[in-house]
Design a protein around this ligand. Structure first.
Ligand code: ATP
Ligand code: MG
Length: 448
């Protein structure tokens, strides 16, 4: 049943609308003023609001603006006493579905209510679809074909919806920030953007006011009150990168914050409270830093509720090829090139290299190669890493598949498109030849 809220300051009109619309099969509630309407709308979910514009106190336009801040707000039909075009236009501008002038015609009103209801359904559906699209078009891709990364990916899916702190460890360039972003992306907190702070980029003096904010006059240059990033990240996720660089004095405050959600701005007395999930990352060995006395053991345990250790790329060499192809496509697109793959020799070199700079180094090497490459395939000579054999004829020939395609085409031409001759020379049966011709788009060269 369609739920309607009628908002009008005239008692007789409210009563009439209530009676007539109830008889037409709608569920109707009434409010005599804007304030009552807003509090009713907060507690109930209406499909359609019939809204008078001219009301004492909170007027109709203000009610509408308030209602419209909620994306799932009901459809609003404006009832305007004075049939002025301006009010109607203004109402539509603020998102009213339609307007009617008083005295209304009941049949017309019923039609508009039904249409507004359908429209509301549709726009919710569109929003859901859009969300779905956004989710599918994530700007980042997390490649996880190795066993270790698959496990990490599964773990992320499991822990993302929780509010537990996450501690990510891994060598430089292994994908710590990507993991943090992926956790945020799959979390219920993804309506608020993830806020990142690199602890290494701030001086010991500044970092506390970056994290927790400061009150005006807290120190010499504190001319204004400043919100800390924990406030900015309220209801969301805070990514503390290079956590090992956090000054030991601030670590105690961070620990308290993690335990209670409470903090004080620098120079402030008031205890503030926010709801923030913390993800921290480091490429250092925190256990070693604890031994040296530069990292608090209690903070380590507090952060370490969920621990993700990303293995270096050399320990998951089977992933190199997929990552390389992914980056080749990415930069080929970005740089408007037509690079599609690698020569076998180039792939071999990529697989053999130890990647001390991990995935970031691989990404840089591929980006450079895409820039340098002047064919569809990246050859050994395009890679700025050690390659076993100097690039010769073999490297210039292209990928295996390309070589195969070229060879089949050459033989096919040689025998004027005769399939049995071709398959004989190639040493494959006719069915296999047929499949390969289809695969490489060569069917047109066949003599019919
Ligand atoms: N599994 C993966 N799939 C796709 N891209 C990846 C993957 N791992 C890392 N990358 C990419 O490699 C680059 C480096 O990753 P990221 O910045 O997350 O590493 P990091 O561990 O935070 O490095 P640092 O220690 O230097 O801060 C980024 O461009 C990231 O998107
Ligand atoms: Mg990083």
């Amino acid at each position: 049943m369609i739920k309607i809220l009628v908002v009008d300051d005239e008692e007789p009109l409210r009563r009439l609308l209530n009676k007539e619309l109830t008889r037409k099969g709608f569920s109707v509630e009434v409010a005599p003023d804007g304030k009552t309407a807003l509090s009713l709308a907060k507690q109930n979910s209406y499909d359609v609001v019939l809204l008078d514009i001219m009301m004492p106190g909170v007027d109709g336009i203000s009610v509408m603006k308030k209602l419209k801040t909620d994306p799932s707000a009901p459809a609003i039909i404006v009832l305007t006493g004075k049939a002025t075009v301006e009010t109607a236009v203004e109402a539509m501008k603020y998102g009213a579905y339609d307007y009617l002038t008083k005295p209304y015609k009941l049949d017309e009103l019923v039609i508009i209510i039904n249409r507004a209801y359908d429209f509301g359904r549709l726009s919710i559906k569109t929003q859901l679809l859009e969300q779905e699209l956004v989710r599918k078009e994530t700007p980042f891709r997390f490649i996880s074909s190795s066993r270790q990364m698959k496990e990490i990916h599964d773990l992320i899916q499991k822990i993302a919806p929780t509010d537990s702190p996450v501690f990510i460890q891994g060598e430089s360039g292994t994908g710590k920030e990507l993991v943090a972003n992926t956790i945020w992306h799959y979390s219920r907190r993804n309506a608020v953007p993830i806020i990142a702070l690199n602890c290494a980029t701030f001086s010991e003096n500044l970092i506390e006011s970056e994290v927790f904010g400061h009150e005006k006059g807290a120190f010499t240059n504190a001319y204004e009150t400043k919100h800390g990033i924990v406030e900015v990240a309220d209801k969301g996720t805070l990514f503390l990168d290079e956590i090992a660089e956090m000054p030991i004095g601030l670590q105690a405050k961070l620990l308290r914050f993690l335990d209670t959600g409470e903090f004080r701005r620098v120079g402030g007395n008031k205890i503030m409270n926010v709801d923030v999930r913390v993800i921290a990352a480091t490429n250092k060995d925190l256990r070693e830093l604890i031994r040296q006395g530069t990292f608090r053991e209690d903070l380590y345990y507090r952060l370490n509720v969920i621990n993700i250790l990303i293995p270096p790329l050399r320990e998951r060499a089977e992933e190199v090829e997929e990552l390389a192809v992914f980056f080749a496509r990415k930069y080929s697109q970005k740089l408007s090139k037509t690079v599609r793959g690698f020569t076998p020799e180039a792939l071999e070199a990529l697989g053999r290299y130890a990647w001390p700079g991990n995935v970031r180094e691989l990404e840089n090497v591929i980006e450079r190669a895409v820039i340098l490459s002047d064919s569809e395939t990246i050859a050994g000579k395009d890679l700025s890493i050690p390659v076993a054999h100097t690039a010769g004829d073999k490297a210039a020939a292209g990928s295996l598949e390309e070589m195969e395609r070229d060879y089949i085409l050459r033989v096919l031409r040689e025998f004027n498109g005769n399939q049995s001759k071709t398959s004989q020379v190639l040493g494959i049966d006719r069915k296999t030849l047929y499949l390969k011709l289809r695969k490489y788009g060569l069917s047109d060269y066949v003599k019919k």
